[in-house]
Design a protein around this ligand. Structure first.
Ligand SMILES: [Zn+2]
Length: 171
């Protein structure tokens, strides 16, 4: 069995979550969801062949509790920053407070970045102004459906148009 995953949309086309493709196929077979986009691959069972969906949509609307902000986590910061150090773009191994906590910096999405060991060590309790450093990208609080859906997962390019991540990349 292929361990692929499928993007699940609400009946309103709002992204809900990511499910295993096996689960998505089960939903389709139970008429609880319809395929919106196929992967071009198929799943073979004893009796039937089912196209593996990249995106499915629920046939009935489900209510989801609104979550204003994604909770701050080390994994989440790494995912947002692409695993790259915010200062030198090297491989990140830790998280760093841009304004150090000892200087009143908050433990919030807009003050926490992924950092490599070297930059973290050099930076220590200093501010960017003191070091003459600057950030490649200002750290932002992730919001919207894409974060709820993806968490720390790499988005499938076929999902991008549903997640507001820009134009889908054709395979
Ligand atoms: Zn670095």
């Amino acid at each position: 069995m292929l361990m692929s995953v499928t993007l699940l949309l609400n009946a309103t086309y709002e992204p809900l979550c990511v499910v295993s493709s096996r689960r998505a196929v089960v939903l389709i077979l139970a008429a609880k969801a319809v395929a919106v986009q196929d992967t071009g691959e198929a799943m073979h069972s004893a009796t039937t062949v089912v196209a593996i969906p990249a995106v499915v949509r629920l046939t009935r609307y489900v209510r989801v509790p609104f979550q204003a902000h994604a909770p701050l986590s080390r994994k989440g910061v790494f995912a947002r920053d692409g695993g790259r150090c915010a200062y030198c773009a090297g491989t990140a191994t830790s998280i760093d407070h841009v304004i150090p906590r000892s200087r009143g910096g908050a433990h919030t999405w807009d003050n926490v970045v992924a950092a490599c060991r070297r930059c973290n060590h050099i930076k220590a309790d200093r501010t960017l102004a003191e070091l003459g450093w600057r950030l490649h990208h200002p750290p932002r609080t992730p919001d919207g459906a894409s974060w709820r859906v993806l968490g720390h997962r790499e988005p499938d390019p076929r999902w991008s148009s549903w997640l507001g991540l820009g134009e889908p990349v054709s395979a």
